[in-house]
Design a protein around this ligand. Structure first.
Ligand code: PEP
Ligand code: MN
Length: 337
């Protein structure tokens, strides 16, 4: 159920609706819009009767929500969500570039990368300190030491840090450094982690699971929003198909579908999507034209020596070229809007 307030409804009238929702045992979610405010309801198992609200002052209409992902859907919030990451806005029509290595490997590696990423005009540096790896024998990340390096980068560059929270045990330590908490593909349905991240007031980049449908991605995001964290970005990073020539199958249609069905910003990650360095730039460019709010790419000072995902990481020359092309495409895209 979504309660649409009249245009010009007062804050007191909106609060009275929220109070009534709490009185009947559910959770209100205020959803401000460009024309009017709406109030969503979660916590109910079945339908909620409109009789509770329709006579309250300021209420225009009570409409049932048809989607199971209530708070994530455009149905409840037609206006796009803009996520504010320390002043950098994602989803406001500009293109956000998030770049960096797969893993934080050393201070030197991260500082050299940060210099290139900041000079390219990007506002976000990515890099994992805690790495979820398929093999227990593979590099697992520098962990706390990696977080410390990222903390130092923040002090030296105008860059916001995107880094992964691998589990609930380390979430607090990661959140202390991260400007954007990445929840990785393998954790998309780690419901304890989603609940814990939902309780934090920190932007989250939620990556699509390796075999997850878009509805499952939306439902995973719903965990975050239903707990009050509305600062969520959704990330297409490729899915498992029968194809073996690429690491995953980068689902460009997901970018279009997410934008259509949800108000949350969408970030495209063609690096994990295709898994091959030379194939990343064309897919990154295509993602901008498909309407992505941001592009995440892996870049490394020497991809051949990377401790993870070297095969899909751009060297700095290729990264700089791509960043320039994306800026041009983003300007063209913005002028069309
Ligand atoms: C990553 O971003 O380096 C990563 C591990 O991504 P994913 O969870 O999409 O595999
Ligand atoms: Mn990676």
């Amino acid at each position: 159920m979504l309660i649409l307030m009249k245009q010009g409804a007062t804050p007191e009238q909106i609060q009275a609706v929220c109070r009534r929702i709490r009185e009947i045992g559910f959770t209100p979610h205020e959803i401000p819009g460009s024309i009017r405010t709406a109030v969503g309801i979660t916590g109910n198992q079945g339908a909620v009767s409109p009789e509770h609200f329709q006579n309250l002052p300021g209420v225009a209409e009570c409409v049932p929500v048809s989607r199971p992902y209530k708070l994530v859907s455009r149905e409840v919030k037609p206006d796009p969500t803009v996520v504010d990451v320390r002043g950098a806005k994602v989803g406001d029509g500009s293109l956000s570039l998030m770049a960096g290595p797969c893993s934080v490997e050393s201070r030197d590696q991260i500082f050299r990368t940060a210099e290139v990423v900041a000079a390219s005009g990007a506002k976000f540096l990515r890099g994992g300190a805690f790495k979820p790896r398929t093999s227990p024998y593979a590099f697992q990340g520098l962990k706390e030491e990696g977080l410390q390096i990222l903390e130092d980068v923040k002090r030296n560059f105008d860059l916001r840090i995107v880094t992964e929270a691998k589990d609930t045990e380390t979430l607090e330590a990661v959140a202390a450094v991260a400007d954007v908490l990445q929840i990785g593909a393998r954790n998309m349905q780690n419901f304890s982690l989603l609940e814990a991240a939902g309780r934090l007031r920190k932007p989250v980049l939620l990556k699509r699971g390796i075999s997850a449908t878009l509805q499952e991605l939306f439902m995973a995001a719903e965990y975050l929003l239903s707990l009050g964290n509305y600062q969520v970005m959704l990330c297409e990073r490729g899915i498992r198909t029968f194809e073996t020539m690429t690491r995953n199958t980068f689902d460009l249609s997901a970018v279009v579908m997410i934008k259509h069905h949800s108000h949350l910003p969408v970030i495209a990650d063609p690096s994990h999507g295709v898994g091959i360095d030379w194939a990343v730039p064309p897919l990154a460019r295509a993602s901008v034209l498909a309407g992505a709010d941001g592009i995440m790419v892996e870049t490394h000072p020497d991809p051949s020596k990377a401790l993870s995902d070297g095969q899909q990481s751009l060297n700095f020359d290729a990264y700089r070229t791509l960043a320039g092309e994306l800026a041009e495409l983003a300007a063209w895209q913005a002028a069309r809007r």
